[in-house]
Design a protein around this ligand. Structure first.
Ligand SMILES: *Cc1c(COP(=O)(O)O)cnc(C)c1O
Length: 388
């Protein structure tokens, strides 16, 4: 028995607000009945402003990985080349999926400390004079490394090369927390999930689809059934889905969209930016290093902190879980045990952040991790000096 509240400060799943929990605490309804149509139509309409698109958004009862697969199989033909970019574990997993599904990814290597260099994308596209590359796939916010890439610059690179490739972007840990402009950046397929910025439990994922991607889907695409956008369109137009939707999660999504609209997207982004800045101030005061080298690529939804030499991130995380009932994100793959990740996205406020950073600082004391004291104090000062 542990008294008090658990701190779930991994970068997704994030804390589910009471309002959303209560909204989901309802019986399911007939998903072919009139009451459902109203829910479905409202959701499909109100998701658009969150994606900043006028285009279609589809909803899958699946984790984010499902929407990755949907993005690929709806527009690519077997064997198609795709240009992908290594920003961390999530871009690596998407690339591995493309290989498994029989596509031919060109993976621009990265060092997990920097975001997408749009010049390298421009170079690769310029070399592809016979337009073998059918899509450029990047992760907006790589959750494994806490690195946010400049998606507008990728658009400029594709346009600069006058290349017809589609642009697909994973926004699973940025949608609803870091500004993402689907239409303004000309993104053809957006991939998103429910359990991060959207504050829901895991289980829903999304594709936003441009006209160009829709045309590619209709003209070709791969073998597909569950993920087929074409099967979604007619039922969606009436507020329904081609198979049983995750009705309970959709109740939660209704509440989440109302919460985001109520706060205002701009305010949501500013809140995340402020909490991220306060976290970075704490890390700097501790004398520790942030994994993201470039200050303008440091994520506003999570911070990946490098452990001092000879210290394991997982031992620190275990100490913090044991001592203070707080879960922090682990280091994945190339940065396993070398970092820990602080999630500061979703339903979050100043005191939750201060509890989180205090837990990290107390954990470092307990675990004997060398650091300078006063990090939490610096965050506190940052928050006090930067009132919303
Ligand atoms: C969480 C995450 C995923 C994986 O999503 P699942 O819901 O676990 O399938 C993919 N990409 C990014 C950027 C993520 O943060």
């Amino acid at each position: 028995m542990r008294s008090g509240r658990h701190f779930l400060q991994i970068p997704g799943p994030t804390n589910t607000p009471e309002r959303i929990l209560r909204a989901m605490h309802r019986s399911v309804i007939d998903h072919r009945g009139p009451e459902f149509a109203e829910l479905g139509l409202g959701l499909l309409r109100d998701l658009k402003p969150v994606f900043q698109t006028e285009g279609r958004v589809v909803i899958y009862p699946a984790s984010g990985t499902g929407a990755w697969e949907a993005a690929l199989v709806n527009v690519l033909q077997p064997g198609d080349q795709v240009l992908m970019y290594e920003t961390g574990q999530f871009s690596t997993l998407w690339k591995n999926m493309a290989t498994k599904l029989g596509y031919d990814p060109i993976f621009i290597a990265g060092d997990w400390r920097r975001g997408v260099d749009a010049n390298l994308i421009a170079d690769a596209l310029a070399k592809d004079t016979d337009h073998k590359i059918k899509a450029v796939c990047v992760v907006h916010n790589d959750t494994a490394t806490g690195i946010t890439s400049d998606i507008g610059a990728v658009r400029v690179a594709i346009d600069g090369a006058a290349h017809p490739a589609l642009m697909m972007v994973d926004t699973i840990s940025s949608l609803g927390s870091i500004d993402f402009k689907t239409d303004a950046w000309g993104v053809d397929v957006v991939v998103a999930g429910s359990q991060k910025g959207l504050m829901l439990p895991p289980g829903l994922s999304f594709n936003a689809i441009s006209e160009k991607a829709w045309a590619a889907c209709q003209a070709g695409g791969d073998r597909r059934s569950y993920w087929d956008w074409r099967d979604m369109m007619t039922p969606n137009d009436a507020g329904y889905f081609p198979y049983t939707p995750a009705t309970t999660l959709l109740y939660g999504l209704r509440e989440a969209l109302d919460m985001l609209a109520g706060e205002g997207l701009e305010q949501v982004f500013a809140r995340h930016e402020r909490h991220a800045s306060a976290t970075r101030a704490a890390v700097e005061s501790w004398g520790l290093e942030i994994l993201a080298v470039n200050p303008d690529e440091r994520s506003n939804s999570l911070t990946a902190v490098l452990m001092p030499d000879g210290q394991g991130g997982d031992a620190l995380r275990a100490e913090i879980l044991d001592g203070f009932d707080m879960s922090l994100g682990t280091g994945l793959n190339k940065v396993a045990d070398k970092i820990f990740r602080i999630g500061h996205l979703g339903d979050f406020n100043d005191l939750m952040l201060m509890g989180t950073l205090s837990g990290v600082e107390m954990g470092m004391i307990r675990a004997g991790v060398p650091h300078q004291s006063g990090g939490a104090q610096s965050a506190l000062k940052y928050l006090a000096d930067h009132r919303i």
